[in-house]
Design a protein around this ligand. Structure first.
Ligand code: AMP
Length: 571
């Protein structure tokens, strides 16, 4: 596909671009940057992956071993005739094959397209078609559940390579091959890295889809330069670090900071495939001596909910940095990090489209200056608050508007598939328009208000749902909150809250009245929610974002105040 140019990495990050450059002038390939160059520099014996499988299964893989796995994967793909620029979709949990798959795909110059495991057959088919995937690498169980029945309708899919889940041989269905057998038979000697350049397509993610249809968002090999640089700025990572990123493989955060950045930095990457489970997660932090941890507000709040006593059983002496991404991080969660983990949780903001962290709240002398703020743009990033006007934008000096990022960074997406008109619609006057509403204060700190399309208009007041959610989470009873607008004949919309409770609090009229009064007292009548609904869990996307359109459906419909609502995310 014809794709627009990205910013030349050396123009923004001259040191990193030189460090990661390929063997011949003008070459840049993620696999060379993440693995081959460490081996060439004599660092191949260091641990690259520390894989923690189900039960007691675990194994360390050195950079030498990971390099060999990538070479075998590249040899398999070449034999199957995978050409540079072709898309290989990957539907695997977090395990060694996910890493070998991505690195082998980049090695042959193809495009790595990881998919969320939680999708059902319909959304899976749509993504495989939008990605124009010619090869699918999948766990056998995941394949059987989501793709097998519709394989015949996916005419572009030439090969399906299956991996047996739980270490067993793959259960093969018609037209599929056992990947591990192919890898074992492949010859890893003399596999060359395809000479990609910074602007060549490397990665395709689907945006998480809190609104609208999924967008096939493409990044180029040059993204590795920004991802390594930003990981150094936010986490200060060096080869001595043990880095753990809990993101799901279908999400850009896993590719950028669970794979590319820490491997490019020469770290040891913890690879673990479980759900958020506080006891297990605390023991991973402690036993694996994790030094830098990248997770989500949902995970932090789940740990908070499990109580301080459990947190105290965790020995905190190796954890140096904790950061979160994906949703707003409430001030209480930032400060809880200080008490329970020994370091404040630093918020980071970015999107699939920006390809790398752009804004982060990095502590000054160990303290986060404005808990609840996303922080300030990282060096190398130009951000602005703008208002759309005519076909262009007008900058807002201090105050509320849409967050915009200057185009031209090497990690910025290069296309939505080949829908150039859809890509161009996101840019104006040299800015990428993020669709997020923010406030910038006089010190240059950015405060998240909500997605532009999630803002509520209540009697002419623009209400950012996050501000209301934060306040509700300040109440000791509330673990998580989601606030949306309900249509109202008088006010246009009124805010309605859905909350989950901390242990020890009882659902009922009394608590509902208390929460409403608390919100009214703290926020004032214009912003306080009119109703509070108790829910067992908030509906979320696979990357942990609240699915507000689901809440909106319930808010507009038949919830009875003060009762536990059973939310079905499919609605
Ligand atoms: P995705 O492209 O799926 O990673 O989603 C990006 C969106 O997640 C952003 O546009 C924001 O709406 C939200 N988001 C990411 N990080 C943050 C953050 N630190 N605070 C608030 N919202 C965030």
């Amino acid at each position: 596909m014809a794709l627009p140019k990205i910013g030349e990495p050396s123009a923004v990050f001259p040191v990193g671009a030189a460090e990661l450059a390929g063997p011949r002038p003008g070459e840049l390939n993620i696999t060379h940057a993440c693995v081959d160059r460490h081996i060439a520099a004599g660092q191949g014996g260091s641990v690259a992956l520390r894989w923690l499988g189900r039960g007691t299964r675990r194994r360390d893989f050195s950079y030498d071993e990971l390099g060999e796995m990538a070479d075998r994967m590249a040899a398999v793909l070449s034999r199957l005739g995978v050409a540079p620029g072709e898309t290989v979709a990957v539907l695997l949990g977090r395990g060694p094959e996910l890493y070998a798959g991505a690195l082998g795909i980049w090695k042959v110059g193809a495009v790595f397209c990881p998919l969320f495991a939680l999708l059902g057959p319909g959304p899976m088919k749509l993504r495989l078609e939008l990605a124009k995937a010619s090869v699918l690498i999948a766990g056998d169980g995941l394949y059987a559940r989501t793709v097998a029945d519709q394989r015949a309708t996916l005419s572009g899919l030439r090969h399906v390579l299956l991996v047996g889940e739980d270490g067993k041989a793959a259960r093969l269905s018609e037209g599929c091959t056992d990947l591990r057998a192919l890898l074992a038979a492949a010859d890893p000697v003399g596999v060359d890295t395809y000479p990609t350049r910074a602007g060549d397509a490397a990665i395709l993610h689907f945006t998480s889809g809190t609104t609208g249809t999924p967008k096939p968002t493409v990044h180029a090999h040059g993204a590795v330069v920004a991802q390594l640089d930003t990981a150094r700025q936010v986490f200060g990572i060096t080869p001595d670090d043990v880095f753990w990123c809990t993101a799901d493989p279908g999400w850009v955060t896993c590719t950028a900071y669970g794979m590319v950045a820490p491997l490019a930095a020469g770290c040891t990457v913890v690879v673990e495939d479980g759900e958020v489970e506080p006891r297990r997660w605390y023991s991973i932090l402690r036993d694996e001596k994790v030094t830098a941890w990248y997770t989500t507000p949902t995970a932090i709040r789940t740990l908070m909910r499990s109580g301080a006593a459990l947190a105290r059983t965790f020995c905190r002496n190796t954890l140096r940095v904790v950061a979160s991404v994906g949703e707003p991080l409430n001030p209480e969660a930032v400060l809880w990090g200080e008490k329970a983990l020994g370091v404040p949780v630093r918020d980071t903001w970015w999107q699939t489209e920006t390809g790398a962290i752009t804004i982060a709240n990095i502590p000054d002398a160990g303290r986060v200056r404005n808990p609840g703020s996303m922080g300030r743009p990282l060096p190398g990033v130009e951000a602005a608050v703008v208002r759309r006007e005519g076909g262009g934008v007008v900058a807002v000096a201090v105050g509320v508007g849409e967050l915009a990022i200057r185009e031209g960074g090497p990690a910025m997406f290069i296309g939505y598939g080949d829908d150039e008109a859809r890509r161009q619609a996101c840019f104006a006057d040299g800015w990428y328009l993020t669709g997020d509403l923010v406030r910038r204060d006089a010190d240059g700190f950015y405060w998240f208000l909500g997605r532009a399309d999630d803002m509520l208009n209540s009697g002419g007041h623009q209400i950012g749902p996050f501000e209301v959610e934060c306040l509700l989470m300040d109440h000791p009873a509330v673990a998580e909150a989601g606030v949306v607008g309900r249509p109202d004949p008088l006010m246009l919309e009124v805010p309605v809250a859905f909350v989950t409770l901390n242990p020890g609090f009882e659902v009922g009229e009394a608590l509902m009245a208390e929460l409403l009064a608390f919100a009214r007292h703290e926020l004032g009548a214009a912003m306080a929610p009119c109703d509070v609904h108790f829910v067992a869990a908030l509906p979320k996307t696979a990357s942990g974002k609240i699915l507000r359109r689901v809440l909106k459906t319930y808010a507009a419909g038949k919830c009875k105040d003060g009762q536990v609502v059973e939310l079905r995310p499919g609605r």
